[in-house]
Write a protein that binds this ligand. Structure first.
Ligand SMILES: NC(=O)c1ccc[n+]([C@@H]2O[C@H](COP(=O)([O-])OP(=O)(O)OC[C@H]3O[C@@H](n4cnc5c(N)ncnc54)[C@H](O)[C@@H]3O)[C@@H](O)[C@H]2O)c1
Length: 313
């Protein structure tokens, strides 16, 4: 069933590249979501991605109690990006965002950052997370990691009887900006990380090859790389009791949640665990909250997860 309000795909007049916006819902308020810039094997893969990610944003805002709906952008990278081409495609994308007249507001996502948001802002007011020196809140990775740590506390209490993960083995798949901050926030835990980018292997934490990350015996698994990592096949091989992480759309489809439950693995849905970034950004940029107040709202994820797990008992 078609459940989105709009899907608009455009070929940019400057860059000749394809960019798209999926608006899942504006029922709760103007839709928010990140702007993903990546290459895809097929254009249909990009469409599938933007549709799933925009729906996840609606769920994320609802779970976080934010009066916004969900949307998402995808900029399809189909050739090597020079600095000039990157700028052109971002300006093209700003034109597309303007077509929504404020019903969609974009922030950074995989492949984009605060500097790219500043380029969007040249043509559209509907871009968040500009660099701090330009008055924005910058990267949302810190608040996202903080939200995952808050979710981990509540989930750990539920599964292990203590919110403290000291001595527990935690595997983090995806040692990028959020994954690294989570690793550093889990003092006392035995941390093992994994990344397809070998240059991320520093020796500071344990290391497991990405192909093995979902079969290692551990207490906790933190998906912090890409979506679609929890499939019937991976779930059958899991050897952990708890999964909490920031990666969006971790399940290949909704039925996998049932398989996790059957195997006795507690999984905190990603739209709950990964909401720290959007909670923080909107608190600062829309509500005018200061840093500490915005972080307190992010910490509210702990209570949300506690209630969620209680309701499942
Ligand atoms: N940054 C945020 O504020 C935020 C907010 C909500 C959700 N997320 C989601 O969290 C995840 C991590 O975000 P990030 O900002 O740290 O991204 P990032 O790009 O900084 O890090 C992702 C890391 O994962 C690695 N990776 C890619 N494919 C992999 C694979 N198959 N196995 C192992 N490693 C792989 C990359 O090499 C990279 O180091 C993404 O899925 C993102 O959509 C991020």
């Amino acid at each position: 069933m078609w459940e989105h309000e709009q899907l608009v795909v455009r070929t940019g007049r400057r860059s000749g590249m394809t960019t798209m916006v999926a608006l899942h819902s504006t029922e709760a308020g103007p839709a928010v979501g990140g702007c993903r810039m990546k290459s895809y094997d097929q254009i249909t893969d990009a469409v599938t991605d933007v549709l799933r990610l925009s729906k996840a944003m609606t769920l994320k805002c609802a779970a976080a109690g934010i009066p916004h709906g969900g949307a998402k952008s995808v900029i399809v990278v189909d050739r090597p990006l020079t600095q000039r081409l990157r700028r052109e495609v971002l300006l093209d994308h700003a034109d597309l965002i303007n077509e929504f007249a404020g019903a969609y507001r974009a922030g950074p996502d995989v492949g984009t950052g605060p500097d790219d948001m500043a380029v969007l802002r040249e043509l559209t007011p509907h871009a968040y997370c500009l660099p701090e020196e330009q008055g924005g809140t910058g990267s949302s990775s810190g608040p996202t990691a903080r939200g995952v740590l808050a979710a981990l506390k509540a989930a750990s209490q539920h599964v292990f009887g203590t919110h403290d993960l000291t001595g527990k083995k935690v595997v983090i798949s995806g040692f990028g900006s959020v994954g690294e901050l989570i690793a550093r926030g889990l003092e006392g835990a035995e941390i093992v990380v994994s990344d397809v980018d070998e240059s991320r292997r520093t020796g500071e934490f344990g290391w497991v090859h990405p192909a093995q990350a979902y079969q290692v015996e551990a207490d906790v698994l933190v998906p912090a790389a890409v979506g679609g990592v929890l499939s019937p096949e991976t779930v059958a091989r899991l050897d952990v009791r708890l999964i909490v992480g920031p990666a969006n759309n971790q399940l290949t489809d909704d039925s996998v949640a049932g398989l996790l439950e059957q195997r006795g693995v507690v999984w905190v849905p990603d739209h709950v665990a990964s909401a720290g970034g959007v909670i923080y950004t909107l608190a600062r940029e829309d509500d005018g909250a200061d840093h500490e107040t915005a972080l307190k709202r992010v910490d509210g994820i702990e209570e949300t997860v506690r209630e969620l797990l209680r309701s499942r008992q």
